[in-house]
Design a protein around this ligand. Structure first.
Ligand code: AMP
Length: 196
């Protein structure tokens, strides 16, 4: 099959802004770079936190944003009504399946439990062959260093096979991340029938 470039990324990140300005600043920088490089954004559809920051920056710089949000979270996460397209779905499972399904690659910025759950679902699904989409981490101010250290521990303790930890490719800043995205190959769903 012919390899193709990444045209649309799914971004997972916090519905909170984090305690330091650098988290939303890096998200805004990434959003700008995505728009400038004509890479579309798919995300969870909120207007708040790191999620809102990346979406606003893509829109402000002339890019395209699709948000996917479940009915139940519409109010709580303050659905973003200023993006190119907002899809309101019935459940979290539907939200996650559509977000991942639409994207050529998966990107995780700093965030909380929701972000970590989404990241590890995608890593697991890659590991068992549901998709082969590249997965990137934006390690703003070393936010993910403790997690990367713990993942190394899972390898040395024999729970993750050596080599599998590199399913996550880490960038230290948005410029480095865009370079990784632009030089990677778009992934695909590989075993659709394994999806819920
Ligand atoms: P957080 O990183 O916790 O701020 O959450 C980021 C996004 O993940 C938000 O849009 C949440 O709605 C979503 N989220 C929260 N909990 C879960 C979960 N259990 N599974 C998937 N997504 C979640």
């Amino acid at each position: 099959m012919k390899s193709s470039s990444i045209k649309r990324v799914c971004v997972y990140c916090g519905s909170s802004p984090g305690s330091q300005e650098a988290y939303t600043a890096a998200a805004r920088e990434l959003g700008k770079l995505l728009a400038e490089n004509h890479i579309e954004l798919v995300y969870g559809g909120a207007s708040i936190g790191v999620m809102g920051a990346v979406a606003n920056a893509v829109m402000e710089n002339g890019g395209r944003v699709t948000g996917i949000i479940p009915h139940g979270l519409f109010q709580r996460e303050v659905a973003h009504e200023g993006i190119s397209s907002l899809l309101v779905v019935d459940s979290m499972h539907e939200r996650k399946a559509i977000m991942a399904g639409m994207a050529d690659a998966l990107v995780t910025l700093p965030g909380g439990f929701g972000t970590l759950e989404e990241l590890f679902e995608m890593v697991t699904w890659n590991q068992i062959g549901i998709h082969d989409k590249p997965i990137f981490l934006l390690n703003t101010m070393g936010f993910y260093n403790p997690l990367l250290k713990f993942i190394e521990h899972t390898v040395t303790q024999g729970f993750v096979r050596r080599g599998q930890e590199s399913l996550m490719r880490t960038a230290e800043n948005p410029t480095e991340l865009i370079h990784l995205i632009k030089t990677a190959t778009a992934g695909q769903e590989t075993y659709q029938e394994l999806r819920p």
